[in-house]
Design a protein around this ligand. Structure first.
Ligand code: SAM
Length: 246
């Protein structure tokens, strides 16, 4: 039995129009407890205080999911395939899976983080969450993952042009990439113009992500996959970061 009080999460979710039930809160309390316990040894996150985890990790993820539902970029359903690239300790993908029906894949390159995710997902009894220990540059060429997802998520993984190369190969035609961005968003989007057209994407939304609580709030960028990604992409591991498409 977990006894941590997640009042900020409960109230914030309500503000977002999400009514969390007892079962949801128990799952988030388990997530919080495991995250805080394993954060130092697996280098999971620097945010481990109760308020910070609720706001920065849980509520920001749920605000993202809700915004995407409102924008028509996410339609929760057990067959809706969602991938979170560079998920770290599971953000933003795993909180979405705790609240909405979806078929989730978490991609993460760092072994210790993957081990944490595997333990947590087993503890939460989420049999349908797939955890892939690999670099996104490799996963993007595997047939079972390539152009297989209606929605790709990524937070704090790479600047926009690199991120597009890591994620768009995984997105099906008509699907979306959604990423919360910080202060450099305008510059990143300018730099990513060529990558967008080369990889088959078009920016369809840029706007403030309303996360309950004090700001500053991230800017949500949503990209729609309009054309198939040429088979050459993603390039070899490390190249999208070293030589971003310009
Ligand atoms: N998305 C999480 C969050 O917002 O809390 C983690 C952010 S952390 C700063 C970036 C994560 O992306 C790291 O865990 C790193 O290992 C992972 N990552 C970076 N490049 C990657 C790649 N090419 N393939 C898979 N994972 C990657």
């Amino acid at each position: 039995m977990v006894n941590v009080q997640l009042l900020l999460l409960q109230e914030g979710a309500q503000e977002l129009g999400i009514n969390l039930q007892r079962g949801h809160l128990d799952a988030f309390a388990t997530y919080y407890r495991e995250l805080v316990r394993e954060a130092p040894k697996a280098d999971l996150t620097s945010v481990t205080d109760l308020e910070g985890v609720q706001r920065r990790h849980f509520l920001e993820s749920l605000a993202l999911g809700k915004a995407l539902i409102d924008l028509g970029a996410f339609a929760p359903h057990p067959h809706c395939r969602v991938v979170d690239v560079g998920t770290g300790a599971g953000f933003p993908g795993l909180p979405l899976r705790l609240v909405w029906p979806l078929r989730l894949t978490l991609i993460e390159a760092h072994r210790r983080k993957v081990e944490f995710l595997r333990r947590l997902v087993a503890l939460l009894g989420l049999a349908d969450v797939e955890i892939v220990w690999a670099r996104a540059e490799e996963v993007g060429h595997q047939t079972q993952y390539r152009e297989a997802y209606s929605l790709a998520l990524a937070r704090a993984v790479a600047p926009m042009s690199t991120l597009l190369e890591l994620t768009l190969p995984l997105v099906a035609m008509g699907g979306f990439l959604a990423t919360p961005k910080g202060e450099r968003v305008k510059e990143e989007l300018r730099e990513a113009a060529k990558a967008l057209s080369m990889l088959g994407g078009e920016v369809v939304y840029v706007g403030s992500l309303k996360v309950p609580g004090p700001g500053p709030h991230p800017t949500l960028v949503v990209v729609e996959k309009k054309q198939p990604t040429p088979p050459l992409y993603p390039r070899r591991p490390g190249i999208p970061q070293k030589r971003p498409l310009r």
